[in-house]
Design a protein around this ligand. Structure first.
Ligand SMILES: Nc1ncnc2c1ncn2[C@@H]1O[C@H](COP(=O)(O)OP(=O)(O)O)[C@@H](O)[C@H]1O
Ligand SMILES: [Mg+2]
Length: 262
Protein backbone atom coordinates (compact mmCIF):
# COMPACT_ATOMS: atom_id res chain seq x y z
CA UNK A 1 0.00 0.00 0.00
CA UNK A 2 1.56 3.26 -1.10
CA UNK A 3 -0.26 5.50 1.35
CA UNK A 4 -1.43 7.64 -1.57
CA UNK A 5 -4.55 9.59 -0.67
CA UNK A 6 -7.54 8.68 -2.83
CA UNK A 7 -10.02 10.98 -1.03
CA UNK A 8 -9.30 14.26 0.72
CA UNK A 9 -12.28 16.12 2.22
CA UNK A 10 -11.84 19.32 4.20
CA UNK A 11 -14.76 21.25 5.67
CA UNK A 12 -17.01 19.75 3.00
CA UNK A 13 -20.60 21.00 3.15
CA UNK A 14 -23.09 19.60 0.62
CA UNK A 15 -26.27 21.42 -0.37
CA UNK A 16 -29.52 20.86 -2.26
CA UNK A 17 -30.71 24.22 -3.57
CA UNK A 18 -28.94 25.95 -0.71
CA UNK A 19 -30.21 23.57 2.00
CA UNK A 20 -27.20 22.13 3.81
CA UNK A 21 -27.76 18.36 3.91
CA UNK A 22 -24.29 17.45 5.16
CA UNK A 23 -22.06 19.88 7.01
CA UNK A 24 -18.38 20.28 7.60
CA UNK A 25 -16.91 16.86 6.83
CA UNK A 26 -13.16 16.43 7.10
CA UNK A 27 -11.58 13.03 6.41
CA UNK A 28 -9.03 11.23 4.26
CA UNK A 29 -8.88 7.79 2.72
CA UNK A 30 -5.74 6.05 1.45
CA UNK A 31 -5.41 3.81 -1.59
CA UNK A 32 -6.53 0.25 -0.91
CA UNK A 33 -8.52 1.15 2.18
CA UNK A 34 -12.21 0.40 2.74
CA UNK A 35 -14.33 3.07 4.42
CA UNK A 36 -17.61 2.08 6.06
CA UNK A 37 -19.92 5.07 6.03
CA UNK A 38 -22.38 4.69 8.86
CA UNK A 39 -25.32 6.83 9.90
CA UNK A 40 -29.11 6.78 10.42
CA UNK A 41 -31.63 7.47 7.64
CA UNK A 42 -31.26 10.98 6.31
CA UNK A 43 -27.74 11.37 7.72
CA UNK A 44 -26.35 12.20 4.28
CA UNK A 45 -24.66 8.93 3.28
CA UNK A 46 -26.08 8.77 -0.24
CA UNK A 47 -25.48 12.50 -0.67
CA UNK A 48 -21.77 12.09 0.11
CA UNK A 49 -21.46 9.12 -2.27
CA UNK A 50 -23.04 11.15 -5.07
CA UNK A 51 -20.49 13.91 -4.55
CA UNK A 52 -17.63 11.38 -4.57
CA UNK A 53 -19.06 9.89 -7.79
CA UNK A 54 -19.11 13.32 -9.42
CA UNK A 55 -22.91 13.27 -9.81
CA UNK A 56 -23.74 16.04 -7.35
CA UNK A 57 -21.71 19.22 -7.47
CA UNK A 58 -23.47 21.64 -5.13
CA UNK A 59 -20.97 21.85 -2.30
CA UNK A 60 -18.41 24.11 -0.69
CA UNK A 61 -15.15 23.33 1.02
CA UNK A 62 -12.69 20.90 -0.44
CA UNK A 63 -13.26 17.46 -1.91
CA UNK A 64 -10.57 15.83 -4.02
CA UNK A 65 -10.61 12.33 -5.50
CA UNK A 66 -7.23 11.24 -6.88
CA UNK A 67 -6.16 14.84 -6.28
CA UNK A 68 -8.88 16.31 -8.53
CA UNK A 69 -12.50 17.47 -8.30
CA UNK A 70 -14.70 14.33 -8.54
CA UNK A 71 -16.29 15.34 -11.88
CA UNK A 72 -12.85 15.19 -13.49
CA UNK A 73 -12.12 11.61 -12.43
CA UNK A 74 -15.47 9.90 -13.07
CA UNK A 75 -13.83 7.35 -15.35
CA UNK A 76 -11.71 6.04 -12.44
CA UNK A 77 -14.70 5.67 -10.12
CA UNK A 78 -17.66 3.22 -10.16
CA UNK A 79 -20.88 3.87 -8.29
CA UNK A 80 -23.36 1.15 -7.36
CA UNK A 81 -26.64 2.83 -6.38
CA UNK A 82 -28.90 1.42 -3.69
CA UNK A 83 -31.64 0.44 -6.08
CA UNK A 84 -30.90 -0.91 -9.49
CA UNK A 85 -33.73 -1.23 -11.95
CA UNK A 86 -33.76 -2.96 -15.27
CA UNK A 87 -36.65 -3.03 -17.64
CA UNK A 88 -37.72 -6.57 -16.82
CA UNK A 89 -39.53 -7.04 -20.14
CA UNK A 90 -36.14 -7.12 -21.82
CA UNK A 91 -34.80 -10.63 -21.24
CA UNK A 92 -31.17 -9.74 -20.56
CA UNK A 93 -28.87 -12.52 -19.43
CA UNK A 94 -26.42 -12.08 -16.58
CA UNK A 95 -23.63 -11.91 -19.15
CA UNK A 96 -25.46 -9.10 -21.00
CA UNK A 97 -25.91 -7.12 -17.79
CA UNK A 98 -22.26 -7.42 -16.79
CA UNK A 99 -21.00 -6.74 -20.33
CA UNK A 100 -23.07 -3.54 -20.46
CA UNK A 101 -20.82 -2.19 -17.73
CA UNK A 102 -17.93 -2.40 -20.17
CA UNK A 103 -19.55 -0.80 -23.19
CA UNK A 104 -21.33 2.28 -21.85
CA UNK A 105 -18.01 4.07 -21.66
CA UNK A 106 -16.96 3.23 -25.18
CA UNK A 107 -20.39 4.30 -26.44
CA UNK A 108 -21.25 1.04 -28.19
CA UNK A 109 -24.70 -0.42 -28.52
CA UNK A 110 -25.52 -3.55 -26.64
CA UNK A 111 -26.44 -5.71 -29.62
CA UNK A 112 -22.83 -5.43 -30.74
CA UNK A 113 -20.77 -6.43 -27.72
CA UNK A 114 -17.11 -6.88 -28.68
CA UNK A 115 -15.57 -10.26 -27.96
CA UNK A 116 -12.97 -8.84 -25.52
CA UNK A 117 -15.75 -7.25 -23.46
CA UNK A 118 -17.55 -10.60 -23.21
CA UNK A 119 -14.33 -12.33 -22.22
CA UNK A 120 -13.66 -9.75 -19.53
CA UNK A 121 -17.24 -10.11 -18.23
CA UNK A 122 -16.79 -13.89 -17.99
CA UNK A 123 -13.50 -13.38 -16.14
CA UNK A 124 -15.15 -11.11 -13.58
CA UNK A 125 -18.14 -13.44 -13.16
CA UNK A 126 -15.67 -16.28 -12.57
CA UNK A 127 -13.72 -14.14 -10.06
CA UNK A 128 -16.90 -13.60 -8.05
CA UNK A 129 -18.00 -17.25 -8.37
CA UNK A 130 -20.93 -16.41 -10.66
CA UNK A 131 -19.81 -17.92 -13.96
CA UNK A 132 -22.46 -20.65 -13.80
CA UNK A 133 -25.13 -17.93 -13.93
CA UNK A 134 -23.77 -16.26 -17.08
CA UNK A 135 -26.55 -17.41 -19.40
CA UNK A 136 -29.41 -17.15 -16.93
CA UNK A 137 -31.96 -14.38 -17.39
CA UNK A 138 -31.07 -11.62 -14.91
CA UNK A 139 -34.69 -11.24 -13.83
CA UNK A 140 -34.78 -14.84 -12.59
CA UNK A 141 -31.97 -14.37 -10.08
CA UNK A 142 -32.40 -14.08 -6.32
CA UNK A 143 -31.84 -10.68 -4.71
CA UNK A 144 -28.41 -11.72 -3.48
CA UNK A 145 -27.34 -13.01 -6.89
CA UNK A 146 -28.57 -9.80 -8.54
CA UNK A 147 -26.57 -7.69 -6.10
CA UNK A 148 -23.36 -9.60 -6.88
CA UNK A 149 -24.01 -9.34 -10.62
CA UNK A 150 -24.43 -5.57 -10.27
CA UNK A 151 -21.14 -5.42 -8.39
CA UNK A 152 -19.52 -7.49 -11.17
CA UNK A 153 -20.90 -5.01 -13.68
CA UNK A 154 -19.33 -2.11 -11.79
CA UNK A 155 -15.93 -3.82 -12.03
CA UNK A 156 -16.04 -3.84 -15.84
CA UNK A 157 -14.67 -0.30 -16.06
CA UNK A 158 -11.62 -1.26 -13.93
CA UNK A 159 -12.44 1.30 -11.25
CA UNK A 160 -9.80 2.42 -8.77
CA UNK A 161 -12.49 3.62 -6.38
CA UNK A 162 -15.72 1.66 -5.86
CA UNK A 163 -18.68 3.35 -4.16
CA UNK A 164 -21.48 1.11 -2.90
CA UNK A 165 -24.73 2.45 -1.46
CA UNK A 166 -26.22 0.05 1.14
CA UNK A 167 -25.20 -3.07 -0.77
CA UNK A 168 -26.49 -5.42 1.94
CA UNK A 169 -29.68 -3.66 2.99
CA UNK A 170 -32.14 -5.67 0.88
CA UNK A 171 -30.50 -9.05 1.46
CA UNK A 172 -31.30 -11.94 3.78
CA UNK A 173 -28.54 -13.22 6.10
CA UNK A 174 -27.20 -15.88 3.70
CA UNK A 175 -27.10 -13.42 0.79
CA UNK A 176 -25.36 -10.90 3.07
CA UNK A 177 -22.58 -13.37 3.70
CA UNK A 178 -22.15 -13.98 -0.05
CA UNK A 179 -22.10 -10.26 -0.82
CA UNK A 180 -19.66 -9.53 2.00
CA UNK A 181 -17.35 -12.31 0.74
CA UNK A 182 -17.47 -10.80 -2.74
CA UNK A 183 -16.55 -7.36 -1.37
CA UNK A 184 -13.77 -8.85 0.73
CA UNK A 185 -12.34 -10.60 -2.34
CA UNK A 186 -12.44 -7.34 -4.32
CA UNK A 187 -10.57 -5.61 -1.51
CA UNK A 188 -7.96 -8.33 -0.92
CA UNK A 189 -7.30 -9.51 -4.45
CA UNK A 190 -7.99 -6.43 -6.58
CA UNK A 191 -6.88 -3.88 -3.99
CA UNK A 192 -9.68 -1.50 -4.99
CA UNK A 193 -10.37 1.40 -2.62
CA UNK A 194 -14.00 1.27 -1.46
CA UNK A 195 -16.57 3.43 0.29
CA UNK A 196 -19.56 1.40 1.49
CA UNK A 197 -22.59 2.99 3.11
CA UNK A 198 -24.50 0.92 5.60
CA UNK A 199 -26.90 1.30 8.45
CA UNK A 200 -25.81 -2.06 9.86
CA UNK A 201 -22.05 -2.10 10.23
CA UNK A 202 -21.80 -5.61 11.69
CA UNK A 203 -21.55 -7.74 8.54
CA UNK A 204 -18.87 -5.42 7.18
CA UNK A 205 -16.73 -4.63 10.25
CA UNK A 206 -13.95 -7.00 9.23
CA UNK A 207 -13.39 -5.40 5.83
CA UNK A 208 -13.53 -1.84 7.19
CA UNK A 209 -10.15 -0.16 7.64
CA UNK A 210 -11.92 3.06 8.59
CA UNK A 211 -15.40 3.84 9.86
CA UNK A 212 -17.05 7.23 9.54
CA UNK A 213 -20.20 7.94 11.51
CA UNK A 214 -22.21 10.89 10.21
CA UNK A 215 -25.48 12.45 11.24
CA UNK A 216 -25.74 15.53 9.01
CA UNK A 217 -22.28 16.32 10.32
CA UNK A 218 -19.22 14.30 11.21
CA UNK A 219 -19.68 12.42 14.46
CA UNK A 220 -16.53 10.30 14.33
CA UNK A 221 -13.92 9.03 11.91
CA UNK A 222 -11.21 6.47 12.60
CA UNK A 223 -10.52 2.76 12.84
CA UNK A 224 -13.46 0.51 13.81
CA UNK A 225 -12.04 0.28 17.36
CA UNK A 226 -11.83 4.08 17.62
CA UNK A 227 -15.32 4.82 16.30
CA UNK A 228 -17.42 1.89 17.50
CA UNK A 229 -17.54 2.81 21.18
CA UNK A 230 -20.60 3.02 23.41
CA UNK A 231 -20.35 6.78 23.97
CA UNK A 232 -19.92 7.57 20.25
CA UNK A 233 -22.68 5.36 18.81
CA UNK A 234 -24.84 6.22 21.83
CA UNK A 235 -24.68 9.91 20.87
CA UNK A 236 -26.39 9.09 17.56
CA UNK A 237 -28.43 5.96 18.20
CA UNK A 238 -29.42 6.51 21.82
CA UNK A 239 -28.04 5.33 25.16
CA UNK A 240 -29.22 1.74 24.66
CA UNK A 241 -26.61 1.30 21.90
CA UNK A 242 -23.64 -0.86 22.74
CA UNK A 243 -20.53 -2.31 21.23
CA UNK A 244 -19.60 -5.78 22.34
CA UNK A 245 -16.34 -7.61 21.82
CA UNK A 246 -16.51 -11.36 21.33
CA UNK A 247 -12.95 -12.61 21.06
CA UNK A 248 -11.30 -10.24 18.59
CA UNK A 249 -14.61 -9.44 16.86
CA UNK A 250 -16.51 -6.21 17.50
CA UNK A 251 -20.30 -6.11 17.31
CA UNK A 252 -22.51 -3.08 17.35
CA UNK A 253 -25.95 -3.30 18.90
CA UNK A 254 -27.95 -0.36 17.61
CA UNK A 255 -31.58 0.27 16.86
CA UNK A 256 -32.54 -2.33 19.42
CA UNK A 257 -35.44 -1.56 21.68
CA UNK A 258 -34.64 -1.59 25.40
CA UNK A 259 -37.71 -0.22 27.10
CA UNK A 260 -36.16 -0.37 30.53
CA UNK A 261 -32.88 1.42 29.79
CA UNK A 262 -32.66 4.80 31.46
N1 LIG B 1 -32.48 15.30 -4.30
C1 LIG B 1 -32.64 15.88 -3.10
N2 LIG B 1 -33.17 17.12 -2.96
C2 LIG B 1 -33.33 17.70 -1.75
N3 LIG B 1 -32.96 17.13 -0.58
C3 LIG B 1 -32.42 15.90 -0.65
C4 LIG B 1 -32.24 15.21 -1.89
N4 LIG B 1 -31.68 14.00 -1.63
C5 LIG B 1 -31.53 13.94 -0.29
N5 LIG B 1 -31.97 15.08 0.30
C6 LIG B 1 -31.94 15.37 1.74
O1 LIG B 1 -30.59 15.30 2.19
C7 LIG B 1 -30.52 14.67 3.45
C8 LIG B 1 -29.61 13.46 3.38
O2 LIG B 1 -30.21 12.48 2.57
P1 LIG B 1 -29.46 11.15 2.11
O3 LIG B 1 -28.10 11.50 1.61
O4 LIG B 1 -30.34 10.42 1.17
O5 LIG B 1 -29.33 10.36 3.50
P2 LIG B 1 -29.00 8.83 3.78
O6 LIG B 1 -28.49 8.22 2.52
O7 LIG B 1 -27.99 8.85 4.88
O8 LIG B 1 -30.28 8.19 4.26
C9 LIG B 1 -31.95 14.34 3.87
O9 LIG B 1 -32.41 15.36 4.70
C10 LIG B 1 -32.69 14.32 2.54
O10 LIG B 1 -34.03 14.67 2.73
MG1 LIG C 1 -29.15 6.58 1.43
Amino acid sequence: MSGEEVIVAESLTIMYDGYEAVKDLTFRLNRGETLLLLGPNGAGKTTLLKVLAGFHTEYRGKILVFGKPPVEVRDRVAYVPQTFSLNSRVPLTVLDVVSMGGIYKSGLLHFNIPREVIERALEILDFLGLKNLANKPFRELSGGQKQRVIIARALMSNPELLLLDEPLSALDPKARIDATSALSKIKEEMGITMVITTHDVNPLIEIGDKVMLIDKRLVAFGTPEEVLRDEIIGSVYGPASRTVKVGERLYCIIGDVHLRVR
